[in-house]
Design a protein around this ligand. Structure first.
Ligand code: PLP
Length: 361
C-alpha cells in the first residue's frame, strides 16, 4: 500500500523472514497431533517455533491465537483464588479479562505508582499483579525490576503483557508473559503465554489435548512458523529512536501547544503520542490518512469510535485525552519519515485549527 505507515503498534509490517517461513509451511499438510510422518513433520515445525520462542522468553510456552488470548489465559490460570491488581493503563485485553480487578494508579508520566502497588500488596490475600512492560499508546515502560521485586517480597504473582516490548529482545522476569506475533513482524493469528515452569495452567479453551492440555485446537502452523521466524531478528532501536525524536522535535518547534504524553518516562523507541488540544483525535487521524500518513487515535481497538483514551485519562488528562494521536514507527520506517510526517501534520494542524477557530501559529 502506498503512503507512510506509522502504525506499527497496531500491526508491524510482515518481515520477509516470516513470509518465507509461512509460505514454506503451507506445503506441509500434516496435523502436529498425527503420529504418521506428515504429522511428525508438522510437529517438528511447531517445536522449532517453540524453541525459537524459548530463546526470547524461557519458560513453558502455550501457543495461543495472539496477545488477547494469552492475557486472558494468564488471568484464567493465575487469577484463580487471588486478588487481581491491574495497572490503570493496561490494554483492554487485560482489563476485559479481569473486570473485578482493583486498578493501580499511574503517575502523570504513565509509569506505575510503586507506592500504591506496595500499599495494595501489604494488605489482603495473595495477589496476581498485571503490569505491562510497555504501553501500546504512549510507549511508556513501567519499572519492571522494582515491580517484580515488590511482588516477590509480598508473595504475589506477576503477569506481564510484553506484547509491545518484545521487539527489542530481553524481557523482564515474571511468572507469565503474553506475546503476539503480529507486533513483531510475524503474521496475525499467533501468540503465546510463557509461564514460569511449575505454575498451573488449566485450559481456557479445552479441546483435544493440544499444548499439553493447556489450549485446545489444532495449532495454526503457518502463523506459528512465521512467529518463530521473527524471534531474535535484528531490531534497530537506535535508528527508530532517532527518527521518533526528530518527529517530536519538529512537533515542538511547529506547535507550542502540542503535548507529548509520557515524554519524561522511559519509552519504546518507536512510539510517540502527540496531543493537539482542541482537535479530536479521530479528525486528525482522518486528515492525516487523506494526506497518505497512517497513524491511530490511541489504541487501534478503539478506533472507529470517538472516545477518550483511557490511558491518557489514567495519566490525568481531561479533554486532551480525546485529542492524542499515536505515531508508531515500523521496523522498516524510511529515513524520510520525519520530514513526510511533519509536512502532513503541519498542514493538518493549520487546516483543522482554522476550521475550529483555534490559533495555529
Ligand atoms: N496487549 C497489548 C499491549 C497490545 O498492544 C495488544 C494489541 O494491540 C494486545 C495485547 C492484543 O494483542 P493481539 O492483537 O495479538 O490480540
Amino acid at each position: 500500500m502506498s503512503g507512510l505507515y506509522l502504525d506499527a503498534n497496531a500491526t508491524e509490517p510482515l518481515r520477509p523472514e516470516a513470509r518465507a517461513a509461512l509460505l514454506e509451511s503451507l506445503d506441509l499438510c500434516g496435523n502436529p497431533s498425527s503420529v504418521h510422518a506428515a504429522g511428525r513433520a508438522a510437529r517438528a515445525l511447531l517445536e522449532r517455533a517453540r524453541a525459537a520462542l524459548a530463546r526470547l522468553a524461557p519458560g513453558e510456552a502455550v501457543f495461543t491465537s495472539g496477545g488477547t488470548e494469552a492475557n486472558a489465559l494468564a488471568l484464567h490460570a493465575l487469577g484463580q483464588g487471588r486478588r487481581v491488581l491491574v495497572g490503570a493503563t493496561e490494554h483492554a485485553a487485560v482489563r476485559a479479562a479481569a473486570p473485578e480487578a482493583a486498578l493501580l494508579p499511574v503517575h502523570a508520566d504513565g509509569t506505575l505508582a510503586l507506592e500504591a502497588l506496595e500499599a495494595a500488596l501489604r494488605t489482603g490475600p495473595p495477589a496476581l499483579v498485571c503490569a505491562m512492560a510497555a504501553n501500546n499508546e504512549t510507549g511508556v515502560r513501567h519499572p519492571m525490576g522494582e515491580i517484580a521485586a515488590l511482588c516477590a517480597a509480598h508473595g504475589a504473582l506477576l503477569h506481564v503483557d510484553a506484547v509491545q516490548a518484545a521487539r527489542e529482545g530481553p524481557l523482564p522476569a515474571a511468572d507469565s508473559l503474553a506475546l503476539s506475533a503480529h507486533k513483531l513482524g510475524g503474521p496475525p493469528g499467533a501468540g503465546a503465554l510463557v509461564l514460569r515452569p511449575g505454575l498451573p495452567c488449566p485450559a481456557l479453551i479445552p479441546g483435544g489435548g493440544q499444548e499439553r492440555g493447556r489450549r485446545g485446537g489444532t495449532e495454526p502452523l503457518p502463523a506459528l512458523a512465521g512467529f518463530g521466524a521473527v524471534i531474535g531478528l535484528p531490531y534497530d532501536a537506535a535508528r527508530l529512536a532517532r527518527l521518533r525524536d526528530a518527529i517530536e522535535e519538529g512537533v515542538r518547534a511547529l506547535a507550542p501547544e502540542a503535548i507529548i504524553a509520557g515524554a519524561g518516562a522511559p519509552r519504546l523507541p518507536n512510539t510517540s503520542l502527540i496531543i493537539l488540544p482542541g482537535l479530536p483525535a479521530e479528525t486528525q487521524v482522518i486528515a492525516l490518512d487523506l494526506a497518505g500518513v497512517r497513524v491511530s487515535a490511541g489504541a487501534a481497538c478503539s478506533s472507529g469510535k470517538v472516545a477518550r483514551s483511557a490511558v491518557l485519562e489514567a495519566m490525568g488528562f481531561g479533554a486532551e485525552a480525546g485529542c492524542g494521536i499515536r505515531v508508531s514507527l515500523p521496523w522498516n520506517a524510511p529515513e524520510d519519515a520525519p520530514d513526510r510526517f511533519l509536512a502532513a501534520w503541519r498542514e493538518m494542524r493549520a487546516r483543522l485549527s482554522s476550521r475550529r477557530g483555534l490559533r495555529a501559529t
